[in-house]
Design a protein around this ligand. Structure first.
Ligand SMILES: *[C@@H]1O[C@H](CO)[C@@H](O)[C@H](O)[C@H]1NC(C)=O
Ligand SMILES: *[C@@H]1O[C@H](CO)[C@@H](O)[C@H](O)[C@H]1NC(C)=O
Ligand SMILES: *[C@@H]1O[C@H](CO)[C@@H](O)[C@H](O)[C@H]1NC(C)=O
Ligand SMILES: *[C@@H]1O[C@H](CO)[C@@H](O)[C@H](O)[C@H]1NC(C)=O
Ligand SMILES: *[C@@H]1O[C@H](CO)[C@@H](O)[C@H](O)[C@H]1NC(C)=O
Ligand SMILES: *[C@@H]1O[C@H](CO)[C@@H](O)[C@H](O)[C@H]1NC(C)=O
Ligand SMILES: *[C@@H]1O[C@H](CO)[C@@H](O)[C@H](O)[C@H]1NC(C)=O
Length: 475
């Protein structure tokens, strides 16, 4: 009895060694078929074939294994589904992943179009981060420069440690694109990506149309996302340098399972797995509220969600088309109340608590001071506004805008500060209206009184001076 038990024990041990040994990798020329999967070492993620709910199509993808809902985080053949179970995934000796339809004999998907450098012993490995990475067996896993990795091809889910953005050295762009529907992982209408025309900014697009900007990164957070703050669940960063531009987040505690998803509806959601309820719970969403509609109030307009109507012109500006504005068509926006003519008297008015405008076409320098920034803007007639690019600490860096300022909204608590160019007379009248406010009135009275006293004193001095010089001559 005990002998049988022992043998049985050995067999299970052997089987488990076999399984764990082979489970997280696929080696060259090995075939992964329908019903076969590979699993990351701690069984966090699994890779294999799946069908979306209510769909008869089959896809190769990666999903959570330990948590039971089987949520898919990555899909290989998004636009080229398999219609039966004859799919075969292989890794070639060149390190290329190929998905074949064995019935029809055609390749439906491959990991790279151009053959990569020939490898001696490529291996595909599924990591506990959810990254499926092809590398040379025996060499350490180099996530900066692998042969291929699924993290470079975001589907609709940004996992911790993934970089959303650009590798400027290789030109590789990682952007997420929504599924077409909950039943179809094909490329949907919405993309969430980093636009690098001007200071890099994250935008949500539907087709070619911009739906939403999170606002430029101001050193601490995105200017328009006042709900994205440091928290106990995860930290985040936005990196802009010569080599890379990306957004990334990481859980602070590894027991927290969180993901960022671009839903087929275009909603960007941060979800957290609640183990006791066995479900994903919504932690935060980038709500596309009225004021987040891109450029709703037009150039130099400002959107305030708690006002009616929501659009108003910035101080020193008036509606470009008053009739349209009255009819709540704000698309024409606002223009300077007194047009600019690049007169040296022009200056800048300070506007507080705003989401910084669209940075397409803007200019930036991370080391300049605010004073240098103002000088630079002032010396260029087409520069319309400036701001610090990093509000952390005492503020540093410089953003310059040229032309119309688009997509500004009020951020009630701690929005950003921007300085906008106005004509001398407009600045004067703002100063006047500032100083005629009750709190400033004493200054308003003291200054003229002081000047009157000064004039009298000078007259008395001149009078005596004149008389003293005259007297000797008279004598
Ligand atoms: C996959 O597994 C299921 C259940 O084990 C089985 O019924 C089915 O025949 C398998 N399909 C293929 C194609 O092997
Ligand atoms: C699948 O189909 C059923 C019945 O038509 C429906 O109730 C369910 O909502 C569908 N699921 C999804 C994810 O579309
Ligand atoms: C976020 O937290 C992780 C884990 O504590 C840490 O390794 C990482 O450096 C942090 N990143 C940032 C940007 O603070
Ligand atoms: C940024 O500004 C600093 C200080 O004015 C200057 O030395 C540097 O060359 C500027 N960098 C760029 C890219 O313009
Ligand atoms: C003003 O800035 C624009 C945009 O950066 C630039 O094209 C133009 O050459 C600048 N003009 C001057 C006089 O510096
Ligand atoms: C922003 O300013 C803070 C404080 O001065 C500094 O520590 C940080 O490195 C700056 N960030 C960037 C991106 O320059
Ligand atoms: C007007 O007052 C506001 C707030 O008191 C101030 O920020 C702004 O700089 C003033 N504008 C001028 C032109 O003095």
């Amino acid at each position: 009895m005990s002998k049988i038990k022992l043998i049985f024990g050995f067999l299970t041990l052997y089987a488990s060694i076999l399984r764990t040994h082979a489970a997280d990798t696929i080696s060259a020329n090995q075939i992964l078929r329908y019903n076969q999967t590979i699993t990351s070492p701690q069984e966090t993620f699994e890779l294999g074939f799946f069908s979306p709910p209510n769909s008869t199509n089959h896809y190769v993808g990666i999903w959570y294994k330990k948590i039971s809902s089987g949520t898919v985080v990555w899909v290989a053949n998004r636009n080229t589904p398999l219609t039966d179970t004859s799919g075969e995934l292989t890794l070639t000796l060149q390190g290329v992943l190929i998905l074949r339809d064995a019935t029809k004999g055609n390749v439906v998907w491959s990991s790279t179009n151009s053959p990569t450098m020939s490898k001696k012993n490529p291996i595909g490995q599924l990591l506990d981060t959810g990254n499926f990475i092809v590398h040379e067996e025996g060499e350490g896993i180099n996530q900066e420069d692998p042969v291929w990795q699924s993290f470079d091809f975001i589907t609709d889910t940004l996992l911790p440690g993934m970089k959303q953005g650009w590798n400027l050295m290789t030109g590789l762009e990682r952007r997420f694109t929504s599924w077409r529907s909950p039943n179809d992982p094909a490329f949907g209408e919405f993309s969430f990506w980093i636009d690098t025309r001007g200071y890099p900014q994250l935008i949500l697009t539907k087709g070619r149309e911009i739906k939403f900007r999170v606002g430029p990164w101001n050193g601490l957070r995105f200017s328009g996302m006042s709900n994205l703050r440091s928290n106990s669940l995860y930290n985040f960063t936005f990196v802009v340098n010569q080599r890379e531009i990306y957004y990334q987040y990481n859980p602070i505690d590894t027991s927290i399972i969180t993901r960022l998803v671009l839903q087929p509806s275009g909603r960007i959601e941060r979800l957290v797995w609640i183990d006791s309820k066995q479900e994903w719970s919504l932690y935060m969403a980038a709500e596309i509220d009225h004021c987040n509609q891109y450029a709703l109030c037009g150039p130099f307009g400002r959107c305030s969600i708690d006002k009616s109507p929501v659009c108003e012109c910035l101080e020193g500006f008036q509606p470009t088309s008053p009739d349209q504005w009255r009819d709540t068509d704000w698309s024409q926006g606002c223009q300077h109340s007194v047009p600019l003519d690049c007169n040296p008297g022009e200056g800048f008015n300070k506007y507080l608590n705003l989401k910084l405008p669209d940075t397409r076409g803007s200019w930036y320098n991370h080391t300049m001071t605010l004073v240098e920034c103002e000088q630079m803007c002032k010396s260029n007639c087409s520069c319309t506004a400036y701001a610090n690019s990093n509000i952390s600490g005492r503020g540093s860096g410089c953003f310059l805008w040229f032309g119309g300022l688009i997509d500004i909204r009020t951020i009630a608590d701690d929005g950003d500060t921007i300085y906008i160019r106005l004509s001398a007379s407009e600045l004067e009248s703002i100063e006047d209206s500032n100083s005629s406010s009750p709190g400033r009135r004493p200054i308003r009275i003291i200054v003229p009184m002081a000047s009157v006293v000064l004039v009298i004193l000078i007259s008395i001095y001149l009078f005596y001076h004149f008389n003293r010089k005259k007297q000797p001559m008279a004598l």
